[in-house]
Design a protein around this ligand. Structure first.
Ligand SMILES: *Cc1c(COP(=O)(O)O)cnc(C)c1O
Length: 526
């Protein structure tokens, strides 16, 4: 059935796509929905569990045979999807490492999809913009730009995978063989990688995927402030060499996910230089912490890394997804990944023009226009604006520490280096053992999460279950921290009451009960 405009009566053009006027009006409505969402979010609960009918209506929805008018589709999104967010847009969301979206990044996503380039390569604006975006990111964190190369990827996981692939390739090349041709099929001494006990699990995953194998990843016990211990590292390298193995790579962290610890990168760089090992630095969360002048010294050595992973979608509030892999010897990254038919291969400044294709520097062929949202964020805030936000978050972390110290029933588990605070509820009365305290704090986390007042997650530090708050929201205030602390104290009193009742009461099943309830997951899943 067709209307008088030749359109089917469902409002769709014969192709099924919106025409430009329909797009304009629908997009305006979508912007109103988005603006209203952002404006009202702070007065909503931080997080709410979805009612089962809402889950079912999403999960059980049948594939539509006939399409639906675009406005109906938009209304469904507004009514059934948008009321149930993860929570990370809220100023009292302190969980994992999930920032709110910078509004300018939201606008960028619309415009990027409007242009919809594939950033595999070619001679168009998106490609040049990615070059500049990566250079700006390098300059932002003080990584040398001359001769380096970087590529935007999905996040820190892919950034580390990309960088470690380069490390593996270089090691084989130095040893006179080709990992790309032989894989790990030849009989050669195993390559050994070194991480600390606080290294993010995605690095281990990358090592597994690259064929290193997790048994060849040496996990060096971190020091008492959760930093890489270079002396223990040196001893382990010696042992491995004595055993005929092939040490090749050390992974340092610039801001661990549990506590925000920054490894002694300068010492690691010295050691790697002496030993001929590749130094990769995971700065997914904390790398941009270097923008806080007061912390700058802690990052000394990051600029010497052979490769560096940075996540603009963490502390820079670029909408998910955007990570950046940086490699000091840019040509090496191309050698690691370039596998292109001659008709695609271009040389800078020669032929029809354009830069070498990004698909030669990473695993992806078709690639999204991640540069635009990152570029717009950097262009809008500038280095100074970003430095202000980051410094403010570190100040707020210090304010949270003050609130914790002022409260007799709270204790700091690890002092923050950046914007992550690990603390716990620890009432002076009654006396509680470690198992009970762990169980109570886990209960507090769950209560606070489901209550919707604030949202925090956990870190298990040397067997202690800590409440972990990561301050990443540009709108968070000291009042929000006050609210968080009150919510924790209230939940703590309730949990203590329940814990005592269960210990004294008939359902007490002995100490293993606590372990069962604790059932902690690794905090690395963030
Ligand atoms: C988030 C994070 C990662 C993983 O990055 P994704 O963006 O989630 O892929 C790795 N390391 C650290 C320290 C992180 O905070």
């Amino acid at each position: 059935m067709s209307s008088q405009h030749g359109l089917p009566s469902d409002g769709l053009s014969p192709s099924g796509m919106l025409d430009s006027e329909q797009f304009r009006s629908l997009a305006h409505e979508a912007v109103d929905i988005a603006a209203e969402y952002l404006a009202t979010l702070p007065s909503q609960p931080v997080y709410q569990r979805m009612p089962s009918h809402a889950i079912a209506s999403i999960l059980d929805a049948p594939l539509p045979a006939a399409g639906n008018p675009a406005r109906d589709v938009l209304e469904t999104v507004a009514a059934e999807i948008m009321p149930y967010p993860m929570g990370n847009g809220h100023p009292r969301f302190f969980g994992w490492v999930n920032s709110p979206p910078d509004p300018i990044g939201i606008v960028a996503e619309l415009l990027a999809a409007t242009m919809n380039p594939s950033c595999a390569g070619g001679d168009h604006a998106a490609i040049y913009l990615e070059r500049t975006t990566v250079r700006w990111l390098m300059e932002l964190v003080g990584y040398p730009t001359d001769g380096s190369m970087g590529i935007l990827v999905s996040g820190g996981s892919m950034a580390s995978l990309t960088c470690l692939a380069a490390a593996r390739h270089q090691t084989a090349t130095v040893d006179g063989w080709s990992i790309r041709e032989e894989g790990f099929q030849g009989a050669r001494p195993p390559l050994i990688m070194y991480v600390s006990s606080e290294t993010h699990t995605t690095v281990i995953k990358a090592a597994e995927l690259l064929g290193i194998g997790s048994t060849h990843v040496r996990m060096i016990a971190a020091d008492r402030h959760y930093r890489f211990d270079p002396r223990e590292l040196a001893r382990q390298i010696d042992r491995d060499r004595a055993d005929g193995l092939r040490p090749f790579c050390v992974v340092g962290s610039a801001g661990t996910v549990n506590t925000g610890a920054i490894d002694p990168l300068d010492e690691l760089a010295d050691l790697c230089g002496d030993e001929g090992l590749w130094l990769h630095v995971d700065g997914a969360y904390g790398g941009v912490g270097i923008l806080d002048e007061r912390r700058r010294d802690l990052f000394r050595g990051m600029e010497r890394a052979d490769s560096l992973a940075i996540d603009p979608h963490k502390w820079l509030s670029v909408p998910v997804e955007c990570g950046c892999a940086m490699v000091r010897t840019g040509a090496l990254l191309r050698d690691t990944f370039s596998l292109v038919p001659p008709y695609i291969r271009v040389e800078e400044g020669k032929g029809i023009g354009g830069l070498p294709w990004y698909s030669e520097y990473g695993f992806q062929q078709s690639r999204g226009f991640r540069a635009l949202k990152t570029w717009m964020t950097l262009a809008h805030s500038g280095r100074d604006g970003l430095a202000r936000v980051i410094s403010r978050h570190n100040d707020l972390a210090a304010s949270l520490v003050d609130l914790i110290r002022e409260s007799p029933d709270l204790e700091l588990v690890e002092a923050p280096v950046l914007s992550i605070v690990c603390f716990r509820y620890h009432p002076r009365h009654p006396e509680l053992d470690d198992d009970a305290l762990n169980a109570i704090n886990k209960r507090i986390m769950e209560d606070v999460q489901s209550d919707g007042t604030a949202f925090l997650t956990q870190a298990v530090l040397r067997g202690t279950f800590a409440l972990r708050a990561n301050i990443l929201h540009f709108g968070t205030t000291v009042e929000d921290l006050d609210t968080l602390v009150s919510a924790v104290l209230e939940a703590g009193a309730r949990a203590t009451h329940r814990e005592r009742a269960s210990v004294d009461g008939p359902e007490f099943h002995g100490a293993s009960n606590h372990h069962e309830r604790l059932n902690v997951r690794s905090a690395d899943e963030q």
